[in-house]
Design a protein around this ligand. Sequence first.
Ligand SMILES: Nc1ncnc2c1ncn2[C@@H]1O[C@H](COP(=O)(O)OP(=O)(O)OP(=O)(O)O)[C@@H](O)[C@H]1O
Ligand SMILES: [Mg+2]
Length: 253
Amino acid sequence: MDVLEVDGLVVAYGQRTVVDGVSFAVREGEVFGLLGPNGAGKTTTLRVVEGLLPALQGRVRVDGVDVSRSVMAARARIGVQLQSAALPPELTLTEILMLFSALHGRRISAADARRQLADAGLGDAQSLRASQVSGGQRQRLALAVAFVHDPRLAILDEPTTGLDPRARRGLWELVTRRRREGRGVLLTTHSMEEAQALSDRIAIMHHGRILAEDTPPALVANFAADPRVRAIAHGAPTLEDVFLALTGAEVRS
Ligand SMILES: Nc1ncnc2c1ncn2[C@@H]1O[C@H](COP(=O)(O)OP(=O)(O)OP(=O)(O)O)[C@@H](O)[C@H]1O
Ligand SMILES: [Mg+2]
């Protein structure tokens, strides 16, 4: 079963088309990595899935629910990692989790909230206010908020940018747990290491189009003999070599 289906998506800002016929699906229990250079259209794609931006063409279904037809029902199935600036600064971390859970129609006790904070590596910060914790801690809080209503699909846009190595591994562990629990995760990252560590499948996006999609080992194997990859690789080709080779040349339409 697919928790997300994106089919022929076209999105424009004014006259400028920035997502140009994108299709992919995220399955239950799958982590799907959307990779691409700055400006590729990744965040724009996520914003349409989140129901925050209309599509010009194409269809997006979350757990079978069409986002353009039933935006509230679709959103109820999605967990979004908010920008940490969007978290209420005067509430404690425990209160914030209880608040967002209630907003999703699912009340949790303070003990439940504290347990989820501990899972997110925030056990010692549970009584602090959002304004009193570090940037990395706020980021982990935003992730705990994304998961608080146990959504079918979590959408994480560069979730580990700015985290220290230990915090980053902690976040990887949370994502991997979601996968084990049969939930879907759609994430973007500029770290090839992270994409490989977390993703069951990867799509490489460039100028609003998906150029390749496969499991990380298959992506590397499929393009290992490509002359553009061979020209870049130092030794055995890596995912980064494939990424650079595919996104280096301008797309001719
Ligand atoms: N609100 C907006 N209005 C107009 N153009 C926008 C807007 N947001 C993004 N764009 C443009 O759309 C294109 C895709 O941007 P998007 O944010 O989707 O890229 P991205 O793949 O997420 O890049 P990054 O890796 O830098 O986050 C860019 O050229 C950007 O300038
Ligand atoms: Mg982006």
